[in-house]
Design a protein around this ligand. Sequence first.
Ligand SMILES: Cc1cc2nc3c(=O)[nH]c(=O)nc-3n(C[C@H](O)[C@H](O)[C@H](O)COP(=O)(O)OP(=O)(O)OC[C@H]3O[C@@H](n4cnc5c(N)ncnc54)[C@H](O)[C@@H]3O)c2cc1C
Length: 503
Amino acid sequence: MRVPESSTNSAPVRLRIPDLFSDDRRCIGTGETVSDLRLGRGKTAIVVGGGVAGMSAACALADAGLRVQLVERRGYLGGRASSYRHPGVDEIIDNCQHVLFGCCTNLIGFYTRIGVEKRIHWTRTMTMIEPGGRRSVLGPSWLPAPLHGLPSLLTAKAFTREDKKTLMRAFRALMRPVAPESAQTLGSWLRLNGQTEGAMERFWRLVIASALNGDVDEIALPYAAKVIRELFLNSAEAGAMGMSSVPLSELYSGAEQFLRERGGEVHFNAGVESARLDEETSGWTVATRAGELFADYLVLAVPFEVMARLLPQMPPAAGVEALAEQIERHEHGPICSVHLWFDREITELEHAVLLDREIHWMYNKSRLQPGRNAKGSYLELVVSASHKFAALSREEAIDLAVRELKEFFPAVAAAKLEKAALVKEVRATFTVPPGIDAARPGSVSPWPNCVLAGDWIATGWPSTMESAARSGHLAAEAVCAFLNALRTFLSPDLKPRGLMRWR
Ligand SMILES: Cc1cc2nc3c(=O)[nH]c(=O)nc-3n(C[C@H](O)[C@H](O)[C@H](O)COP(=O)(O)OP(=O)(O)OC[C@H]3O[C@@H](n4cnc5c(N)ncnc54)[C@H](O)[C@@H]3O)c2cc1C
């Protein structure tokens, strides 16, 4: 493991900028100019956690000229959005299908920074299938936002006329922003707004609650309203759905290369156990399972439960207790995925929403990730927010998934199931009950020269890759602020279009 020069005992004394130098003067010993330092050149940072938050923070900091060491506990990048070789089926699988949307400007910004944005496959339609096979396709039309989705909703066979009326009424009400401090749950709001059982089951529970990975009665209304506005109202661009055309961890090889080309490093299998602050230099020493690392700045980009375990291993500081109390208020929601390999093609669809059954989403991985060259077809089925499904054994879950899949795609009955895998992620996401914002800290940490990142940080977004990428960009901005080198990494939101511009 390489120790950055500036952190060894023989390192030149670093003088405080900007008070002592003008921009073109050179720093004693290092030869760096003050403007180098202002831009972060010659400065070092350790980023703990190689998930989307850690990678986006690390790459933004490397972009600002810092030498970054990204430290990851596992042998690959991606965290909760990653791929690995599953020993049971000897295939590279994503731990779960991950989708993004056009409104995920920071995630797209991160992909663009590392040069992989073209590997995202975009689609604007969503096919809903009823048991028996009847299909309804939701998607945009030429009408201005928020009316662009109306024609497809009006012709969707999956909803009755009464369902459609109540859905349109709800959409209209949600065109106005909901106060972020509202203590109402989505469920109570839907009941007040007279939603039919069909609208509840086939839209609110299946599409919205599953996107937020919770029960309608546990989801804070402002988070649900945000999803509705971004995905269905603001513009067709914001609601376009993206999926990686390569396994997720392959997507991040761009991040590894990006960091190495800028003098950084990625340390795998190096779980961080503790961190120490040097009071004199205000630099950090981080103890990992693979050895010690040193840097000027520290970014902790780990999930909340890992942060809770790290807290006692960090230096005492005012604010640690308050952070611990915030973390305690967080809870996890599970997501399961069933991976099925058949000897033949089951459907021409790339993806679909499956109505009225335990399985919710179908992703045709053979089509979405054509590089796999799989014989027959590989489908992934995703079940969100279901503790009941997560409690099933592997055999029970796979049997149920195949049985239900037959109801949507008759080809399953004649096909041979070659192999199957079940992935249960019991700590998939954090839940967003009313009041959760008070438990989401900002990037500022209780310690000097140390910032926080992770999807659970205060980004205003639910537990998603976009929230993680935003938190990473905010963390990088906070480190640059320590350097008096103000940089903007946060990508602006997509502007609402059409009539939504005046909302
Ligand atoms: C099954 C599933 C489906 C999902 N579907 C979607 C979706 O469709 N769309 C979407 O946007 N989001 C989805 N999410 C949520 C999304 O994956 C997360 O919000 C996001 O990936 C979180 O990123 P993160 O970097 O904040 O945290 P993580 O991904 O958890 O990254 C933290 C990293 O820190 C590492 N780490 C932990 N402890 C240490 C340590 N001590 N030392 C060093 N490293 C450590 C971990 O190994 C990990 O790599 C899904 C999540 C799951 C699990």
